[in-house]
Design a protein. Sequence first.
Length: 259
Amino acid sequence: MKPAAQFPAADARRLAGVLFDLDDTVLDRGRLSQSALAALYGLAESGLLLVGVTGRPAGWGQVLVRQWPVAGMVTENGIIALVQRQHRVHLLDRLSHGEREQRRAQLLALVAELRERFVELEPSDDIAGRFSDYSFDIAESRQVDAAVVRAASDFARERGARVVRSSIHLHISYDADDKASGVLRFLHGEHGIDPSAARHGFAFVGDSENDAPCFGAFEHTFGVANLRGRPSLLPRYIASEPMGKGFAEIAAVLLAARR
């Protein structure tokens, strides 16, 4: 990984947009700093299309598309997207309402098994806002032993579920999407951007294992200094600062070139 400051100015000027993770990337342990918010507005005002790509619930996305200078939010690790059209927020799900209800029932049956077998697992405090996945708090307000997390992950995978780990949560779902497939589908469906063009024209900023699909899918990728876990693929550039300060640092590099 190279320092973020070495990102080529010519590449920064060619960017069409920036995609970003939330927790421990833009947010500092769940809080939005003034510098990170200013960075978001600066990027948007420079003409870049901004899309959040997060493991957080669709309920968060419904709020953030109204409040932040973004074109949309891709939530629940790529499964559910939110977009605002004519002052109304629309939820984008590939499944019909009936299909989603059936899959939700299947997921909750697995969750019941997991909670009975692994008593250390507790749901995250944002669980009520989720549509497609179920998340356990493993490092946000409590710490769960790594061996328990591995065993629970293996148990869920053996039953056909998809398991994704972020910097704070363990996510279980029966949907195949990841952050990269979800945001590429969103960009194509909402903005008519060809996936190949998006891979070269958008930068992605993240910090954790569930960001690995985007680190692999996009040509221009950044990590903040607190990059953690063991992503199967790493970003090409790294900030010297962690979390929101790191995001602001990356934004400053892009903005300086675009001016």
